[in-house]
Write a protein that binds this ligand. Structure first.
Ligand SMILES: [Zn+2]
Length: 258
């Protein structure tokens, strides 16, 4: 009975957040993804090059989905593995790899736009120079704009049938909270792009079923997703709470790391 109960408790908790839960590979990926800022992980803390220390684990234990999303520690943001490559099946209920962001971490890397600390870190990326030429502001921190530029060059070479998915881009930098929340969007850090609105699907426009799950919808071709992922972007189409026009630069999760 006691064992059965423990199993139930383990299943009902959404993300494991205990100390030491993060694999060595995930730790290595995190450090490798932000080489200008992060020095090492020591005694359960992330040690920044400027000497700042942040705990990987906030000690709040296992979290519900809502707490994982709204108040993740650094470990929580890496706890749900991001599946690279072609989507085999729709994401399971509440599986949103990369959707939880630790605000202190991202504010420190890219700046807090509400304090005017992001605009000066933006540069311009020319979106699909041959096809579109739209000028998009994007963060130059940590190679984000360089990565988008590489994506843009590759997408520009795709056949014409992909055009309607790609441009005009629905936007990049935008200092705003995520719709329906007070959490800052990755767009506020200048590291997210929405491709064309025309074929976009968004969970907020769907009605959940009886079990609270959203029926998955996507029209974005996998060829486009693969190019973004190769350069360190994750795709909102791999979230149960899908946002299929949304890509964000998260090299700790994507990019073919270890
Ligand atoms: Zn977006």
């Amino acid at each position: 009975m006691r064992i059965a109960l423990l199993v139930l408790v383990a299943l009902s908790a959404f993300a494991t957040a205990g100390a030491g839960e993060l694999t060595q590979a995930a730790r290595a990926r995190l450090l490798a993804a932000y080489p200008d800022d992060l020095a090492r992980i020591e005694d359960g803390e992330l040690v920044w090059r400027d000497g700042t220390r942040m705990p990987l684990d906030d000690g709040k234990g296992e979290k519900s989905f809502a707490d994982w999303l709204n108040d993740p520690d650094i470990e929580d943001t890496l706890a749900v593995p991001y599946p690279m490559g072609d989507l085999k099946s729709p994401p399971a209920k509440d599986v949103d790899p990369g959707r939880a962001r630790n605000a202190a971490f991202f504010d420190k890397i890219y700046g807090d736009c509400r304090k005017g600390a992001v605009k000066g870190k933006l540069t311009t990326v020319v979106w699909l120079p041959k096809k579109s030429g739209q000028r998009l502001p994007f963060s130059k921190i940590n190679g984000a704009a360089r990565a988008l530029e590489a994506v843009s060059q590759e997408l520009d070479r795709l056949p014409e049938r992909f055009d309607a998915y790609l441009y005009p881009s629905a936007g990049t930098y935008n200092c705003r909270p995520i719709a329906g929340t007070r959490r800052m969007s990755a767009h506020g850090h200048g590291i997210a792009i929405d491709i064309a609105l025309k074929h976009a699907d968004y969970w907020r426009n769907a009605k959940p079923g009886k079990d609270g799950a959203y029926a998955y919808k996507n029209e974005i071709p996998t060829e486009i997703v693969r190019i973004f992922e190769k350069h360190g972007f994750i795709w909102g189409g791999k979230w149960h709470h899908y946002d299929t026009m949304h890509f964000e630069y998260r090299p700790e999760l994507a990019g073919g790391g270890p």
